[in-house]
Design a protein around this ligand. Structure first.
Ligand SMILES: Nc1ncnc2c1ncn2[C@@H]1O[C@H](COP(=O)(O)OP(=O)(O)OP(=O)(O)O)[C@@H](O)[C@H]1O
Length: 237
């Protein structure tokens, strides 16, 4: 599936009776790269989980291209082109690395594994190791690699760099930018490494207590040092 536009309108959601997100609205064009920033606990993970249908919907819509997916279950959203790499590193611990990757192929030929083995040589070296034997960083690579094999048209990444060595972070970001630029994926990134997130993204959303409090271009955000300090409590550049 090629990259698709993601459009979110007045999306409100939470957990059971608890409301976390209020009237979130944004759009990412096909092949666009958005980063969602915010302090701890403001609702960034909840936003990605809501796009996947994993929270309690309280209003609003989500569209992938022309298709509204709001009423769909998680598996149907995945079939509609949403790919999600959660912070929890979704690895089948009883399967080997390669068996984990097979589950991401969705019937496509094994030869496609070479694409992720080239990106993560560490996974190639450990292809016969059990999921349980992997380090945190290796599990992160595996979770991401499996999702990339599914060729989602919109990829949702929740802190994918956590636990990865700097050189792997560089490679990973470069690969994902390439996939977006070549029109294969639209990407939404939640990331605590703000400099890297700004290097990656075209556009930025800042969330505070479940609402969007700032939106604009990454270059604009970077140019205004006071903004990062005020909204995120950190200095940049
Ligand atoms: N399963 C859940 N049930 C109830 N409340 C939850 C659940 N998961 C998260 N929350 C609450 O929702 C709010 C937003 O959490 P969320 O994990 O989305 O924030 P975040 O911005 O991703 O934080 P971090 O940067 O620390 O990962 C928090 O107040 C959190 O306690």
């Amino acid at each position: 599936m090629p990259a698709a536009r993601l459009e979110v309108e007045r999306l409100s959601a939470g957990y059971g009776s608890v409301s976390i997100l209020s009237e979130i609205g944004f759009a990412v064009p096909a092949g666009g790269r958005l980063t969602v920033l915010g302090r701890n606990g403001v609702g960034k993970t909840t936003l990605l989980a809501t796009l996947m249908g994993l929270t309690t919907h309280k209003g609003g819509t989500v569209r992938i291209g022309e298709r509204e997916v709001t009423g769909l279950k998680t598996y149907a959203r995945a079939a509609a082109g949403l790919g999600y790499v959660p912070q929890t590193r979704d690895v089948f611990r009883s399967l080997t690395v390669e068996e984990n990757l097979f589950t991401g192929l969705k019937g496509r030929p094994r030869s496609e594994l070479e694409f992720v083995y080239a990106m993560f040589p560490r996974l190639a070296e450990r292809r016969n190791h059990g999921g349980m034997q992997l380090s945190g960083g290796e599990q992160q690579m595996l979770s991401l690699a499996r999702t990339l094999l599914g060729k989602p048209s919109v990829l949702l990444l929740d802190e994918p760099l956590e636990g990865l060595a700097p050189v792997i972070c560089d490679q990973l970001m470069a690969t994902i930018i390439k996939l977006a630029e070549s029109g294969e994926m639209t990407v939404v990134l939640v990331e605590q490494q703000i400099e890297r997130a700004l290097d990656f993204a075209d556009d930025v959303l800042v969330v505070e207590r479940g609402r969007i409090v700032w939106r604009g271009q990454a270059a604009e955000f970077r140019a205004d040092r006071e903004l990062a300090d005020r909204l995120l409590g950190v200095g940049i550049g």
